[in-house]
Design a binder for this molecule. Structure first.
Ligand SMILES: N[C@@H](CCC(=O)N[C@@H](CS)C(=O)NCC(=O)O)C(=O)O
Length: 230
């Protein structure tokens, strides 16, 4: 799909996203790690623009990357596109099996994010069940990161970026949902990874404002609870 040129302006890479989007941040981090120049367009998720609807008519969600006037949606697909288009700072491993594994963990990162978000929105037995499910995945992650600085080895790679919502978004969701998914005494390797990830300058300088994230998550939980009431 080629978007009308006048809509997208220059040839420059464009990223349509929201400052609070964990999946949008994945794309920003990677563009910055690779040193790709881009224009950022903020989207209001409560009042979506025609631009977003035209760029991502199927899901109507951020992020969308536009390159050579062509839109690409879905953050993990965007990461793979960026990695193949700009060679500097490779994200995915070279070996096909290692690449497949990295993609596997990336998919799990999305699944865990959804489970954790659902746990935040839930309550009672249903929440307990979802928290348990999320903790089980966290246990697997703990095993995977043990003995490593990053999932990508000595530096941030595809899997680190995919799970990049854990250090900043998850603590807010835990607060809003009055729950705990990362257990610091049990998940010591994950806790160390969180510190390593947050101490990278590209990450630490590109995080969402916590107060806004808190308000947004509270509002979403409230909306969700009210849809369940008769
Ligand atoms: N799987 C998608 C998820 C995209 C997504 O859920 N984006 C959210 C922001 S984090 C959004 O646009 N929400 C607006 C809506 O659901 O209407 C990806 O990784 O890009």
């Amino acid at each position: 799909m080629e978007i009308r040129r006048e809509m997208m302006g220059s040839e420059k890479v464009k990223l349509v996203s929201s400052v609070l989007s964990p999946v949008g941040r994945r794309v920003e981090w990677v563009l910055k790690l690779k040193g790709v120049d881009y224009e950022y367009v903020e989207e209001d998720l409560f009042n979506k623009s025609n631009l977003l609807l035209e760029l991502n008519p199927v899901h109507k969600k951020v992020p969308v990357l536009v390159h050579h006037h062509k839109p690409i949606a879905e953050s993990l697909i965007i990461l793979q596109y960026i990695d193949q288009t700009w060679n500097q700072y490779p994200l995915l491993p070279q070996h096909p099996y290692q690449r497949a594994l990295a993609r596997f963990w990336g998919t799990l990162a999305d699944k865990l994010a959804k489970t954790s978000w659902d746990a935040m929105c839930g309550s009672g037995d249903e929440q307990e069940k979802t928290v348990k499910e999320a903790r089980e995945v966290m246990d697997k992650l703990e095993e995977e990161i043990k003995g490593k600085r990053f999932f990508g080895g000595d530096r941030i790679g595809y899997i680190d970026i995919a799970f990049g919502w854990i250090p900043c978004w998850l603590p807010v969701w835990e607060e809003v949902g009055s729950m705990q998914i990362v257990e610091p005494l049990k998940h010591t390797a994950i806790s160390a990874w969180i510190n390593n990830f947050l101490s990278h300058p590209v990450i630490s300088h590109n995080l969402p404002p916590r107060d806004k994230l808190l308000l947004y998550s509270q509002r979403r939980k409230k909306d969700f609870s009210s849809t369940l009431r008769p």
